[in-house]
Design a protein around this ligand. Sequence first.
Ligand SMILES: C[S@@+](CC[C@H](N)C(=O)[O-])C[C@H]1O[C@@H](n2cnc3c(N)ncnc32)[C@H](O)[C@@H]1O
Length: 299
Amino acid sequence: MDRQVAAMSEGQSMQAEGVWTLQPLVELSAQDFRDWCRVLEERTGLVINEQRRSFLQANLGMRMRELGMTDYASYLRQVLDGPRGAVEWSLLMDRLTIQETRFFRHPPSFALLQRYLQERVQAGLQRPLALWSLGCSTGEEAYSLAVVAAEVLRDTQTADAFGVTATDISLNALNKARSAEYPARRLEQLEPQWLERYFQALPDGRYKVLPQLVARVCCARLNVLELAKAPMTGMDVIFCQNLLIYFRRWRRREILNRLAERLVPGGLLVIGVGEMSDWQHPDLQPVADEQVLAFTRKG
Ligand SMILES: C[S@@+](CC[C@H](N)C(=O)[O-])C[C@H]1O[C@@H](n2cnc3c(N)ncnc32)[C@H](O)[C@@H]1O
């Protein structure tokens, strides 16, 4: 009897006896681990090392349990198989990506953004500002960008002259970003007057971003490995934080080179401190601020 059939008959006999227990997750073999890691990295860039093996096993195992499967190799074949596989793959992405985030997660980066936008606005805007949150997760970073832009433009003639593009590989995360409702703990780093100005308290204790700010944020699915196909160009600001850390260094470099091309002259690229300390680009100039890792495009 193979593992799957054995586990199913074990599960059935438990049901027959009326015992309410979950079947233990099947061990991920060395070969299955290698195969899953290879496919994940090829398709998303995410590197799962030995330390995160239990994370992979737990998340694959839980999904397989929902599907009544116990064989990792069969499940891999299923997710690689045509349109039906693509739907399952997309669902799996929600489970295998780390979506931890919060508003104003790295305050010095947002302080830099505010100074940068103030200078741009003082110099006179020729067109609306375009900002991009890459790997936006559930939207906190994108709405933080929107709050700063709204604040900087607040007392000008062009208060809504900005748009934020928020992209992520996870559809589930993007749906949450679109709903724009958040528990209070995610908003702890927000200035109280901004909370009052841009959020509405909900009866259940959570907060909802006001519709006029939500309207300035456009959420879209984008795999960062497919940047070449992405239509985003002419960006004034790109935020790419806590995404590259999961990738190999050569891939981080490749992604950053592509992002540099998407900036307007004078545009600002902000990445996570320590995410790519030795990267340089001939068209970019590092921002002289030890608290952030950021670059502006020359010209
Ligand atoms: C840890 S969150 C970072 C969220 C936010 N940028 C921040 O700093 O708080 C990483 C996000 O990157 C997304 N992600 C992972 N791999 C990706 C890929 N290949 N393309 C696009 N997004 C990806 C995940 O779905 C997740 O939402």
